[in-house]
Design a protein around this ligand. Structure first.
Ligand code: MN
Length: 228
Protein backbone atom coordinates (compact mmCIF):
# COMPACT_ATOMS: atom_id res chain seq x y z
CA UNK A 1 0.00 0.00 0.00
CA UNK A 2 1.37 3.38 -0.97
CA UNK A 3 1.22 6.49 1.13
CA UNK A 4 2.22 10.14 0.86
CA UNK A 5 5.95 10.82 1.15
CA UNK A 6 4.98 13.75 3.38
CA UNK A 7 1.64 15.24 4.41
CA UNK A 8 0.03 16.91 1.36
CA UNK A 9 -0.56 20.64 1.75
CA UNK A 10 -4.04 21.76 2.75
CA UNK A 11 -5.94 23.24 -0.22
CA UNK A 12 -6.07 27.00 -0.61
CA UNK A 13 -9.53 28.22 0.26
CA UNK A 14 -11.65 31.33 -0.23
CA UNK A 15 -14.55 32.07 2.15
CA UNK A 16 -18.06 32.07 0.73
CA UNK A 17 -20.22 34.98 1.85
CA UNK A 18 -22.93 34.36 4.39
CA UNK A 19 -21.79 31.31 6.30
CA UNK A 20 -18.95 29.06 7.32
CA UNK A 21 -18.48 27.49 3.89
CA UNK A 22 -15.15 27.84 2.12
CA UNK A 23 -14.40 27.31 -1.58
CA UNK A 24 -11.43 24.97 -2.19
CA UNK A 25 -9.24 26.37 -4.95
CA UNK A 26 -8.10 23.91 -7.59
CA UNK A 27 -6.51 26.21 -10.17
CA UNK A 28 -6.31 29.89 -11.10
CA UNK A 29 -6.62 30.90 -14.74
CA UNK A 30 -6.34 34.55 -15.78
CA UNK A 31 -7.43 36.39 -18.92
CA UNK A 32 -5.02 38.90 -20.41
CA UNK A 33 -6.11 42.04 -22.27
CA UNK A 34 -9.86 41.60 -21.91
CA UNK A 35 -10.63 45.35 -21.87
CA UNK A 36 -9.83 47.36 -25.01
CA UNK A 37 -8.48 50.42 -23.16
CA UNK A 38 -6.11 48.27 -21.08
CA UNK A 39 -4.99 46.41 -24.21
CA UNK A 40 -4.10 49.81 -25.69
CA UNK A 41 -2.19 50.93 -22.57
CA UNK A 42 -0.16 47.69 -22.72
CA UNK A 43 0.72 48.34 -26.37
CA UNK A 44 -1.56 45.63 -27.77
CA UNK A 45 -2.89 45.45 -31.30
CA UNK A 46 -6.63 46.06 -31.69
CA UNK A 47 -6.97 42.72 -33.50
CA UNK A 48 -5.29 40.67 -30.77
CA UNK A 49 -7.84 38.50 -28.97
CA UNK A 50 -7.59 38.04 -25.18
CA UNK A 51 -5.49 35.09 -23.97
CA UNK A 52 -4.86 33.05 -20.83
CA UNK A 53 -2.10 32.65 -18.29
CA UNK A 54 -2.16 31.02 -14.85
CA UNK A 55 -1.23 31.44 -11.23
CA UNK A 56 -0.73 28.62 -8.73
CA UNK A 57 -3.67 27.89 -6.42
CA UNK A 58 -1.64 28.86 -3.37
CA UNK A 59 -1.18 32.41 -4.71
CA UNK A 60 -4.56 33.39 -3.23
CA UNK A 61 -4.70 35.71 -0.24
CA UNK A 62 -8.30 35.49 0.97
CA UNK A 63 -9.46 38.73 2.54
CA UNK A 64 -12.63 38.93 4.65
CA UNK A 65 -11.84 42.47 5.80
CA UNK A 66 -8.84 44.79 5.69
CA UNK A 67 -5.66 42.74 5.44
CA UNK A 68 -2.02 42.79 4.48
CA UNK A 69 -0.28 41.57 1.34
CA UNK A 70 3.51 41.30 1.25
CA UNK A 71 5.57 43.24 -1.29
CA UNK A 72 7.13 40.47 -3.40
CA UNK A 73 10.82 39.83 -3.89
CA UNK A 74 12.72 40.59 -7.09
CA UNK A 75 10.68 43.53 -8.39
CA UNK A 76 10.82 47.30 -8.30
CA UNK A 77 7.56 47.75 -10.24
CA UNK A 78 4.64 45.94 -8.59
CA UNK A 79 1.36 46.75 -10.36
CA UNK A 80 -2.31 46.41 -9.36
CA UNK A 81 -4.91 44.97 -11.75
CA UNK A 82 -8.47 44.93 -10.38
CA UNK A 83 -10.50 42.02 -11.77
CA UNK A 84 -13.82 40.25 -11.52
CA UNK A 85 -13.19 36.61 -10.52
CA UNK A 86 -15.46 33.76 -11.61
CA UNK A 87 -15.56 30.69 -9.32
CA UNK A 88 -16.62 27.38 -10.87
CA UNK A 89 -18.68 24.64 -9.21
CA UNK A 90 -18.25 22.22 -12.13
CA UNK A 91 -16.58 22.15 -15.50
CA UNK A 92 -15.62 19.99 -18.43
CA UNK A 93 -13.96 20.33 -21.81
CA UNK A 94 -15.48 21.99 -24.85
CA UNK A 95 -18.20 23.81 -22.91
CA UNK A 96 -20.67 25.64 -25.17
CA UNK A 97 -21.18 29.36 -24.56
CA UNK A 98 -24.88 28.69 -24.00
CA UNK A 99 -24.13 26.16 -21.24
CA UNK A 100 -21.24 28.01 -19.59
CA UNK A 101 -23.19 29.79 -16.87
CA UNK A 102 -24.40 26.44 -15.48
CA UNK A 103 -20.88 25.95 -14.13
CA UNK A 104 -20.62 29.22 -12.18
CA UNK A 105 -20.61 28.92 -8.38
CA UNK A 106 -20.18 32.62 -7.69
CA UNK A 107 -18.05 35.72 -8.10
CA UNK A 108 -15.36 37.55 -6.16
CA UNK A 109 -13.21 40.65 -6.45
CA UNK A 110 -9.54 39.95 -7.10
CA UNK A 111 -6.32 41.80 -7.79
CA UNK A 112 -3.92 40.28 -10.30
CA UNK A 113 -0.68 41.55 -8.77
CA UNK A 114 2.02 41.79 -11.40
CA UNK A 115 5.80 42.24 -11.35
CA UNK A 116 5.59 44.58 -14.34
CA UNK A 117 9.36 44.88 -14.72
CA UNK A 118 9.78 41.11 -14.94
CA UNK A 119 6.83 40.90 -17.34
CA UNK A 120 8.42 43.50 -19.64
CA UNK A 121 11.71 41.61 -19.57
CA UNK A 122 9.94 38.32 -20.34
CA UNK A 123 8.03 39.87 -23.24
CA UNK A 124 11.26 41.31 -24.68
CA UNK A 125 12.96 37.91 -24.58
CA UNK A 126 9.94 35.81 -25.53
CA UNK A 127 10.09 34.09 -22.13
CA UNK A 128 7.16 32.82 -20.01
CA UNK A 129 5.30 35.07 -17.57
CA UNK A 130 5.28 32.80 -14.51
CA UNK A 131 7.69 34.89 -12.45
CA UNK A 132 5.83 38.07 -13.45
CA UNK A 133 2.35 36.79 -12.62
CA UNK A 134 2.40 33.59 -10.59
CA UNK A 135 4.42 34.57 -7.52
CA UNK A 136 3.55 34.01 -3.86
CA UNK A 137 0.54 36.04 -2.64
CA UNK A 138 -0.07 37.40 -6.15
CA UNK A 139 -3.84 36.87 -6.03
CA UNK A 140 -5.57 38.80 -3.22
CA UNK A 141 -9.29 37.95 -3.36
CA UNK A 142 -12.50 38.85 -1.54
CA UNK A 143 -15.07 36.38 -0.25
CA UNK A 144 -17.07 34.67 -3.00
CA UNK A 145 -20.65 35.84 -3.47
CA UNK A 146 -22.91 32.98 -4.64
CA UNK A 147 -24.17 33.45 -8.19
CA UNK A 148 -27.82 33.82 -7.15
CA UNK A 149 -26.96 36.76 -4.88
CA UNK A 150 -24.60 38.55 -7.27
CA UNK A 151 -25.00 40.81 -10.28
CA UNK A 152 -22.17 41.40 -12.69
CA UNK A 153 -23.30 44.27 -14.89
CA UNK A 154 -21.90 47.19 -12.92
CA UNK A 155 -18.71 49.13 -12.34
CA UNK A 156 -15.27 47.79 -11.45
CA UNK A 157 -12.86 50.14 -9.68
CA UNK A 158 -9.67 50.37 -7.66
CA UNK A 159 -8.20 53.15 -5.57
CA UNK A 160 -4.82 53.53 -3.88
CA UNK A 161 -4.66 55.62 -0.69
CA UNK A 162 -8.12 56.98 -1.52
CA UNK A 163 -7.22 58.09 -5.05
CA UNK A 164 -9.02 56.36 -7.89
CA UNK A 165 -6.63 54.57 -10.26
CA UNK A 166 -8.86 52.20 -12.24
CA UNK A 167 -12.52 52.42 -13.19
CA UNK A 168 -14.42 50.53 -15.82
CA UNK A 169 -17.56 48.57 -16.54
CA UNK A 170 -17.86 44.79 -16.52
CA UNK A 171 -19.92 45.26 -19.72
CA UNK A 172 -16.74 46.52 -21.42
CA UNK A 173 -15.06 43.10 -21.28
CA UNK A 174 -14.08 41.87 -24.77
CA UNK A 175 -14.83 38.23 -23.86
CA UNK A 176 -18.02 37.94 -21.77
CA UNK A 177 -18.15 35.58 -18.78
CA UNK A 178 -19.69 32.67 -20.75
CA UNK A 179 -17.24 33.26 -23.60
CA UNK A 180 -14.30 33.15 -21.16
CA UNK A 181 -15.50 29.81 -19.75
CA UNK A 182 -16.06 28.39 -23.23
CA UNK A 183 -12.65 29.60 -24.47
CA UNK A 184 -10.84 28.25 -21.39
CA UNK A 185 -12.54 24.88 -21.81
CA UNK A 186 -11.06 24.60 -25.31
CA UNK A 187 -7.62 24.59 -23.70
CA UNK A 188 -8.16 22.84 -20.34
CA UNK A 189 -10.71 20.54 -18.76
CA UNK A 190 -12.29 22.87 -16.22
CA UNK A 191 -13.47 21.61 -12.85
CA UNK A 192 -15.03 22.60 -9.56
CA UNK A 193 -12.65 24.82 -7.62
CA UNK A 194 -11.28 26.67 -10.63
CA UNK A 195 -11.03 30.45 -10.35
CA UNK A 196 -10.86 32.62 -13.45
CA UNK A 197 -9.55 36.20 -13.20
CA UNK A 198 -11.33 37.93 -16.08
CA UNK A 199 -8.96 40.80 -16.93
CA UNK A 200 -8.50 44.40 -15.85
CA UNK A 201 -9.65 47.79 -17.13
CA UNK A 202 -7.17 50.58 -17.87
CA UNK A 203 -5.24 52.49 -15.23
CA UNK A 204 -2.80 49.85 -13.98
CA UNK A 205 0.07 51.43 -12.06
CA UNK A 206 2.69 50.83 -9.41
CA UNK A 207 2.14 50.30 -5.67
CA UNK A 208 4.64 50.13 -2.85
CA UNK A 209 4.96 49.28 0.82
CA UNK A 210 2.44 51.18 2.93
CA UNK A 211 -0.02 51.74 0.08
CA UNK A 212 -3.64 50.90 0.85
CA UNK A 213 -5.45 49.26 -2.06
CA UNK A 214 -9.24 49.24 -2.15
CA UNK A 215 -11.07 47.49 -4.98
CA UNK A 216 -14.70 46.82 -5.74
CA UNK A 217 -16.99 45.23 -8.28
CA UNK A 218 -20.53 46.56 -8.01
CA UNK A 219 -22.92 43.75 -7.16
CA UNK A 220 -20.09 41.40 -6.14
CA UNK A 221 -18.10 42.88 -3.26
CA UNK A 222 -14.95 44.71 -2.31
CA UNK A 223 -11.48 44.11 -0.96
CA UNK A 224 -9.10 46.21 1.06
CA UNK A 225 -5.43 45.51 1.72
CA UNK A 226 -2.20 47.25 2.58
CA UNK A 227 1.10 46.34 0.95
CA UNK A 228 3.60 45.50 3.69
MN1 MN B 1 -4.68 40.77 -15.18
Amino acid sequence: MTHFAFPPPAPSTVPVEGGDVVFPVRRILCVGRNYAAHRREMGGDERDPPFFFAKPADAVVALLGPGNVPYPSATHDLHHEIELVVALKSGGAGIAVEAAMDHVFGYAVGVDLTRRDLQAAAKAKGQPWDAAKGFDASAPISAIRPVDKASVDGAIRLSVNGQERQVGQIADMIWTIPEIIAEASKLWTLAAGDLIFTGTPEGVAAIGRGDRVEGAVEGVGQLDFTIV
